[in-house]
Design a protein around this ligand. Structure first.
Ligand code: AMP
Ligand code: ZN
Length: 115
């Protein structure tokens, strides 16, 4: 199901242009418009799920498929030296788009480490 007002649902539907890097039955992935690393890709489920907080047994396959896609994309992008996978969940974490997404950040040795 899509959310008519959701930016990422519109990107998945092709109504807003994006730089696609990967797509399958469950997942769409595209380059972040404001990259924070040489490689910065967003991996999103094709189902509108607002965030990690909305995951449950009935929709968790989408999360698994997103993480499978992360592994494939990272290999295709040549990130064998490592990368970071981030999902901001909710306001305090700084989530700005309320459609579940996993950031892939890589292509540089990261200095800052929060955890
Ligand atoms: P978050 O702050 O974790 O919710 O991440 C949302 C991300 O979406 C940010 O990194 C934005 O730069 C990115 N973003 C917003 N609009 C677009 C867009 N039209 N195309 C690609 N990335 C976008
Ligand atoms: Zn959505």
């Amino acid at each position: 199901m899509r959310d008519q007002n959701c930016l990422f649902c519109k990107i998945i539907a092709g109504e807003i242009p994006s730089s696609k890097v990967y797509e399958d039955e469950y997942v769409y992935a595209f380059r972040d418009i404001n990259p924070q690393a040489p490689v910065h890709i967003l991996v999103v489920p094709k189902e509108h799920i607002a965030s990690v907080a909305q995951l449950e047994e009935s929709n968790s396959l989408y999360a698994a498929k997103c993480l499978e896609a992360v592994a494939k994309i990272a290999k295709a992008e040549g990130l064998e030296k490592g990368y970071r996978v981030i999902s901001n969940c909710g306001e305090d974490a700084g989530q700005t788009v309320f459609h579940l997404h996993f950031h892939i950040l890589g292509g540089v040795k990261m200095a800052e480490k929060m955890v």
